[in-house]
Design a protein around this ligand. Sequence first.
Ligand code: CA
Length: 337
Amino acid sequence: MTNRRPTRIHCEIDLARDGKQVGYLRVPHSVHRSAYGWLPVPIVSIRNGDGPRALLLAGNHGDEYEGQVALAKLVRALEPGAIRGRVVVMPMANFPAAMAGLRTSPLDEGNLNRTFPGDPDGSVTAMLAHFIEDVLLPQSDFMIDLHSGGSSLHYLPTGMIRVTADKALAARCRALLEAFAPPHAITISMGGEDRTSIAAGLRAGVVTMVTELGGSGTVSPDCLRHAEHGVRRALRHMGILQGGPGADEPPPLAPRWLSIGGDRAYLYAPEPGLFEPRVDLGEWVKSGQSAGAIHDPATPWRAPAEVTFRYDCYVLCKRVPGRVERGDCLFHLASAP
Ligand code: CA
């Protein structure tokens, strides 16, 4: 359901022009310290004639850094002569959140990935979501949104697509993810959250994938490599990046295919306290197996709350901070495909 009202965001660069253009989206932001001010959201267009068009996003969640670094490196390295068509890059999609190193925007508490299709007259986060869905996606053939676990989670390096009723589009999303070739490849079952970038991409008929590459509020060399090499492999698959892989680029691995679906994929803390995990990332676990215990060292004589897995599954993602509140996600779990 695209909002038909026009964006209030001014794009400094002309996305229809050939060459490498760098600049900002000017998001109107009239506040006490800057009456007629705007927020500078970085955007880059690299174009060489007509051809396939890719939209690359990172910093949708501001505390997910691997994609922001990978896309900044890509922007500097990629020249128009090396491509056909166009690549548009937004390395800090939720710019205020990314500048603050926070998942959500400090200006409006906005979680960009729960804000699509956005609102051109709404908060800063809503205006950005609307610009991506209403302006950028309709002029894109492919979208990759690079996420990670952020500050509170850590994911094994993973790429994800979502099941959609459009079988032809679903097959093209799968082919894109296979070309990206992350170590883990996930199919997210149909339905669920419709305010995410992946939902927005599919609404627009755009071949869409997202990643979850690491997290823990930092950048790991391994996950950064998967991001950089995966994006280049994907751009070649799209027909945008010309020529073969560079000498520093290892051959792609065959991904381990898994699936995720429904509420059972999230294991939550039933009590506040200190979490003692009893499994690690990359383990297959059984229904009824102990996932861990939540201790209350302020009442150390009280038995901890036990947490158990409710189905046979694969530990794809774990919580990072030891302190937990009731309702915090401890594990994100995958199943055989
Ligand atoms: Ca994320």
